[in-house]
Design a binder for this molecule. Structure first.
Ligand code: G3H
Ligand code: ZN
Length: 281
């Protein structure tokens, strides 16, 4: 089916008080697994390409975007295409031409004032092109190239009053918030601050986004959605499934050389992970 827009999927999920899962795509097999999982679960999903994935592909957005778009169009599930954790304004500006309906512009490393200014510029650029823009306030740690950040350290979490001002001053369509999760966790042990999620949901008029959801247990995700979290970003869980399947295959069959043998297993393992997250939504 044709690509669906992230903003439409997020609005529908928010109105129904459901979660909408967004999965990071690094390879063609990731995109195929998201589509297969969405078909299996009978649910919509977002395929997201991060700035780090673009760097991995030699700084070129086009090939992976084209692959993800083709996979989404060939699927019977409603799928959207989102550009994730964009810090480079140059990359942001490629989003429209490459078919992305939404972008997460990440200026969270900047001071509050600089974050507002850079994000407001990105939102203005997006509005002129019909692109839905998500941004981050607070610090969700564990990003590549950053020293580890304690998700429970003072000053890391998103303040509801500051979030309300930030949304008003930038005009963002959705807000990524720091509520206890952290990126790149391989164990599902994160404890979220559900009181803070409720306070943020009451304070800001736009949908909330949970980053680092791979490290969040099912019950915590369910409670977060009930408290008002809408877009649930998942990346590492797919990579864990992929790598575990490849490692198992290559350990059991040390003479194997055909990548189709182990990538079939990796893709199926990711599909199971996607399906489980989508059923949770
Ligand atoms: O933006 C992407 C997500 O926050 C993914 O985080 O890899 O920890 O699941 P994760
Ligand atoms: Zn993230």
């Amino acid at each position: 089916m044709p690509l669906v827009r992230t903003g439409e999927l997020v609005s529908a999920a928010r109105a129904a008080r459901r979660g909408l899962a967004a999965f990071n795509v690094i390879t063609l097999e990731h995109a195929e697994a998201v589509a297969a999982g969405a078909e299996r679960a009978g649910a919509p999903a977002v395929l997201q390409v991060s700035e780090n994935a673009v760097k991995f592909h030699g700084g070129r957005l086009g090939p992976l975007a084209a692959a993800a778009t083709a996979v989404a169009r060939a699927s019977s599930a409603p799928l959207a295409l989102h550009l994730d954790h964009v810090e480079s304004v140059d990359l942001l500006r490629q989003a429209h031409a490459e078919g992305f309906g939404s972008v997460m512009f990440d200026a969270s490393r900047l001071s509050y004032g600089d974050n507002v200014k850079a994000t407001a510029d990105a939102v203005r650029w997006g509005r002129e092109r019909g692109i839905w823009v998500e941004a981050e306030l607070g610090r969700v740690g564990g990003k590549e190239g950053e020293p580890p950040l304690d998700a429970h350290a003072p000053g890391v979490r998103t303040d509801p009053a500051e979030a309300a001002a930030y949304v008003a001053d930038t005009g963002v369509d959705a807000l990524a918030v720091a509520v206890g999760s952290s990126h790149a966790m391989t164990e599902r042990t994160a404890a979220l601050d559900h009181g803070l999620i409720t306070a943020l949901h009451d304070a800001v008029p736009v949908p909330l986004v949970l980053h680092g959801s791979s490290g969040v247990p099912d019950d915590e995700i369910r409670a977060a959605v009930a408290a008002g979290m809408t877009k649930i970003n998942v990346g590492t869980a797919l990579n864990t499934a992929y790598t575990t399947a490849v490692r198992t295959h290559l350990t059991e069959d040390t003479t194997s050389v055909d990548p189709r043998k182990y990538l079939t297993k990796a893709r199926e393992a990711m599909t199971e992970t996607v399906t489980a997250f989508l059923r949770l939504m």
